[in-house]
Design a binder for this molecule. Structure first.
Ligand code: ATP
Ligand code: MP5
Length: 526
């Protein structure tokens, strides 16, 4: 019975296209894309590419019969898709096999002429092809093929096409998929026509806008084999077409990403699965890092970095930076504690918990040392120059802190950054939270080690007002933690679903932008 196979075993009986866009190559990709197990019996070999067909070789029909026998004698076939048949002998071979096996789902794409205009069926084989139509459950001709099968001129309007489809359905007893791909104009409708429906003739139309792309090589092959596969799962042509058509639309839209050939290129059969392609270790976080190249270049070019490096950073800016850093660390500590709570392994749980503890220790140390030497000015830069952005002047940690105690108030960047991290915590996704938390490790470590390396190479470094601070950037323990944070985020990314990976990408980018803003905040708000 059709409509029961979880992984439908689908046999394509069709020609080979070595350029991979049409024929059995397109069929196998489409069947796999729809969750089926693809098989193929090759009717003919073509030499073709996206520009056209240069040669066709049709092996002896006995060899096709041997392929069909080999598959059919061993494997249950849930659905069959038939494509290029080359000549009348091949058609007779396929007809005999269908009569002997009577598959539950037979989709016949009556391939006659390629998109390029090259013939794929001998002219004298058209009559034999008409004879095969009655053995199909669904026939999927394009408009010129529909007309040729009826011996009529090609329809130039959708109404005439539907009328022709109805008559072909009447004559063959099959359902006909009338395809609007060859119509002129901006719409590209399809319709399932069943003239023999027990409750009267049925025409189910599926509208669609034409996608502006030259990459239409193999659309008919792909749609028919996708339909055969989904039909084996659902047993319902309308539901199957809705799925296959939406998928094909995405494949046409994403076709430009493939950059295959110079003529009519193929569609992107696995566009929907691109984001869940298995990744090698480090590949995901490398791509996150690559995404933020521009933001990181902007950080390197900030006056704050050059002034810190050159020792010319105004002390008020440095004090503002330290104050905000302490406030940030308090919020960040809570975020890391949440990462610990969500972590999938004890090793990761302990890592983030230790990170949370270290943040509080560093915050306390900042107050004890640097902030006592570089106090925030009495007017509290963040609180005075800007409206207080935190309700009740509370720090991210929730403990009320006024400017008067010297701890300062979170500036707009600190607040926005920590709020973004807290939102990632609230998402409930460990992967998204790890991606949001990572730039604070990774970008800080990179900026710090570059600054430290530049500074250490200079002889006058001893007289530098920020030399001691820059010295803290050479912390090997922090570099090691950064490597572990990268590895855990990478592993989470490799496990993540496609939408979760996308959310990770967005979270990492947003945090990287906040890193840039954080370094620039003293100039703007101190
Ligand atoms: N530019 C396009 N935009 C949107 N849908 C399209 C476009 N071109 C073709 N299609 C869709 O692709 C499917 C195949 O249609 P088409 O009429 O091109 O068949 P075909 O000529 O048999 O295909 P092939 O190019 O493989 O020979 C149909 O569902 C059609 O609506
Ligand atoms: C082997 C083979 N089968 C079918 C087609 C039709 O596809 P299109 O019309 O998109 O060229 C083809 N070109 N090659």
């Amino acid at each position: 019975m059709p409509g029961t196979a979880r992984v439908p075993r689908v046999l394509s009986i069709a020609g080979s296209d070595p350029s991979g866009g049409a024929g059995i190559q397109a069929d196998l990709k489409s069947i796999a894309a729809m969750g089926g197990y693809g098989m193929c019996a090759i009717t003919a070999l073509t030499a073709q590419n996206t520009r056209g067909v240069t040669a066709v070789h049709t092996p002896p029909p006995e060899f096709l019969a041997a392929q069909l026998e080999a598959v059919g004698s061993d494997i249950a076939v849930d659905a069959v898709k038939i494509g290029m048949l080359a000549d009348a002998e091949v058609i007779r071979t396929v007809a005999a096999w269908l009569d002997a096996t009577r598959p539950d789902v037979v989709v016949l794409d009556p391939v006659m002429v390629a998109t390029s205009g090259d013939r794929l069926l001998a002219p004298d084989a058209e009559e034999a092809l008409r004879g095969l139509l009655t053995r199909a459950h669904l026939i999927t001709p394009n408009l010129p093929e529909l007309a040729a099968l009826l011996g009529e001129p090609t329809a130039s309007t959708w109404a005439v096409a539907l009328d022709q489809g109805t008559r072909l359905s009447e004559r063959t007893g099959a359902t006909v998929l009338v395809k609007g791909g060859h119509l002129a104009g901006s719409s590209c409708p399809d319709a399932l026509v069943d003239a023999n429906h027990p409750e009267g003739p049925l025409i189910a139309e599926f509208g669609g806008e034409r996608i502006d792309t030259p990459n239409t090589h193999g659309t008919g092959c792909s749609l028919s084999s996708a339909l055969a596969t989904v039909q084996a799962r659902t047993g319902d042509w309308q539901r199957s077409l809705a799925v296959a058509k939406a998928w094909l639309r995405g494949a046409l839209e994403a076709s430009g990403e493939l950059e295959v050939g110079h003529g009519h290129g193929p569609v992107h059969h696995f566009h929907h699965a691109q984001a869940s392609v298995p990744l090698a270790e480090g590949e995901f976080t490398d791509s996150l890092w690559e995404d933020t190249a521009k933001v990181r270049a902007e950080i390197d070019a900030l006056p704050f970095i050059a002034e810190l490096d050159g020792g010319t950073l105004p002390e008020a800016h440095f004090a503002y930076y330290l104050t905000q850093d302490a406030l940030y660390l308090n919020g960040y500590s809570r975020v890391l504690a949440r990462a610990s709570a969500l972590a999938p392994s004890e090793e990761e749980q302990a890592f983030w918990a230790e990170g949370a503890r270290v943040c509080l220790a560093v915050e306390a140390e900042l107050h004890r040392t640097w902030l006592s030497r570089h106090p925030v000015q009495a007017h509290d830069a963040a609180g005075q120059r800007l409206p207080d952005v935190s309700p009740s002047g509370a720090s991210r940690g929730g403990a009320p802190r006024s400017g008067a105690d010297g701890a300062g108030r979170p500036g707009p960047v600190t607040k926005a950054y920590v709020d973004h991290l807290l939102a990632a915590s609230a998402s409930g996704s460990y992967a998204v939270l790890a991606a949001a938390a990572l730039p604070c490790y990774w970008i800080y470590a990179e900026v710090g080690s570059a600054l430290h390396a530049r500074h250490a190479g200079r002889p006058e470094s001893g007289k530098h007002p920020y030399a001691e601070w820059i010295g803290t950037y050479a912390d090997e323990a922090f570099a090691a933690s950064t490597r572990r944070a990268i590895a855990y985020t990478d592993a989470a990314g490799r496990r993540a679903s496609a939408p979760e990976r996308e959310a990770m990408r967005e979270a990492f980018m947003a945090s990287s932008v906040y890193e840039r803003e954080f370094f620039d905040a003293p100039r703007r708000y101190a």
